[in-house]
Structure formats: structure tokens, C-alpha cells
Design a protein around this ligand. Structure first.
Ligand code: 5RP
Length: 237
């Protein structure tokens, strides 16, 4: 585990998973500075952050968004959304995760937005990860690892994962493969134990046809705000 957790918000009764997500969405506001551009991730936890940001009245310049869904939600609140500009550095990037380990490495992509998430995160000075306590793991890999892939490579990559003793499957939306905001497909991989996230990310990123691996080790979190039944705990990595 990184530095010792600091409990900073107390709650008195057990909360639902969605209430824990709302709690950390609100807590993330303390990492947002007025007069800056804010990187915004994707997912149900981030939706709470977007709503809290809009309600807070903190005067940011605007947001750089990681998905069409987050863009629509931001715009719905009247928050300015800008494309990422060359050389632009964001003060902070706020996003959820499917898993986070004690060094701040994450699995992301449950919402299929991993490529844009990694791009926006790469331009931020700090990655603030907001999760409920179910996302905390000692070793990444319990959650099926998402990869965004070029559609013609999917079958080849499924075979390749078999050599690692893992099972990859194309993510479907009804009867047809899910299509990402980038017009590509998602593979979800079961049966991995990712004890060396950086080496794993480097290796799989090289496989032809892989656009983005859902391991965020190069772009790992600097801070994790974790919603627990005891309140929000803060981890710094
Ligand atoms: C989207 C993501 C999300 O951050 C991740 O799936 C967590 O989602 P949620 O906040 O809904 O639990 O990586 O691509």
C-alpha cells in the first residue's frame, strides 16, 4: 500500500455502492482549482463528479473529456468542453477505475473509453482516481481486462491470450460487437494475474492490432479517493 490512508469524510451508516460513488465524486472537488482546465474521465462515478462540479460553482476554464458520454453530460450542465490541444498540460485528471492496486496501478475500460482516457490522463499533472472500496485489489486481474483493438486483429489476439492461459472475448452490444467512440472493438480478457503492471502494459501494447491496453501503469493514479463505509479514504502514491 502507498502512504497511510487519511480518513477525511465520516459517514454514520452503511452506504450503497452508488452513494459511495457520489461521496468520492464530491470529494474530488477538493482537487479542482478555479481557473484551470480539468480532465474528465468516464463512467458512473465520474458522472457524480461532473454533477458535483456543476453544482459547486467552481469557476474552471472548462473540461477536456474522455468520451462522448461525458461530453454530453458536461455540456448538459453548461460546462465548456474543449479538444485536447498540442502541448496542453492539465492540472488534474479525475476518473474512476475497475480495479486499483496498492501502488496506484489500475485496470480501466469497463466503459469502453480507455483509449481517450489514457490520452487525456497522459497530459495531466495529477491523476485523481475515484472509486468505491470494491475496486481495491492487491493484484490486478480479477476484473476482466479490456483492450481496444482493431477489429481484424480480434481473432489473432484471442489466440495470443490463450498462450498466456487467458480467455479473451469480444465485447458485444446485443447481437453485434460493441463499437467504441473511435470506431473500434473491445476485447475483455479473463484469467490474468497482473503482478507486474508496467511490464505487462509494455508487452501487450506492442502486439499488432492492440490500440490500448486497459492497464494504466504508465498513467497510474497519483491519488486515490476511496469511498468506504467509514467515509472517504485518501491514498497518495
Ligand atoms: C470507463 C472506465 C471507468 O472509469 C470504469 O469502468 C469504472 O466505471 P464506474 O465508475 O462506472 O464504476 O474505465 O472506460
Amino acid at each position: 500500500m502507498g502512504s497511510a490512508p487519511k480518513g477525511d469524510y465520516r459517514v454514520s451508516s452503511p452506504l450503497t455502492q452508488d452513494q459511495l460513488k457520489a461521496l468520492v465524486g464530491q470529494a474530488a472537488l477538493s482537487h479542482v482549482r478555479a481557473g484551470t482546465w480539468v480532465g474528465v474521465g468516464t463512467g458512473s462515478t465520474v458522472n457524480h463528479f461532473i454533477d458535483a462540479l456543476a453544482a459547486s460553482g467552481v469557476s474552471i476554464l472548462g473540461a477536456v473529456s474522455s468520451s462522448e458520454a461525458s461530453t454530453q453530460r458536461l455540456l448538459g450542465h453548461g460546462i465548456v468542453v474543449s479538444e485536447l490541444k498540442g502541448g496542453q498540460t492539465l492540472d488534474v485528471y479525475v476518473d474512476g477505475a475497475d480495479e486499483i492496486d496498492p501502488r496506484g496501478n489500475m485496470i480501466k475500460g469497463g466503459g469502453a473509453a480507455l483509449t481517450r482516457e489514457k490520452i487525456v490522463a497522459s497530459q495531466a499533472q495529477r491523476f485523481v482516481c475515484i472509486v468505491d472500496e470494491s475496486k481495491w485489489v492487491e493484484v490486478l486481474g480479477h476484473f476482466p481486462l479490456p483492450l481496444e483493438v482493431i477489429p481484424m486483429a480480434a481473432e489473432v489476439l484471442i489466440e495470443r491470450f490463450k498462450t498466456k492461459g487467458a480467455q479473451a472475448r469480444l465485447r458485444m452490444k446485443g447481437e453485434t460487437p460493441l463499437v467504441t467512440d473511435n470506431g473500434q472493438h473491445i476485447l475483455d480478457v479473463w484469467g490474468l494475474k497482473i503482478s507486474e503492471p508496467l511490464a505487462f502494459e509494455d508487452e501487450v501494447s506492442q502486439w499488432p492490432g492492440v490500440i490500448t491496453v486497459g492497464v494504466f501503469a504508465h498513467q497510474r493514479a497519483n491519488v486515490c479517493l476511496m469511498g468506504t463505509s467509514q467515509g472517504v479514504k485518501t491514498f497518495e502514491f
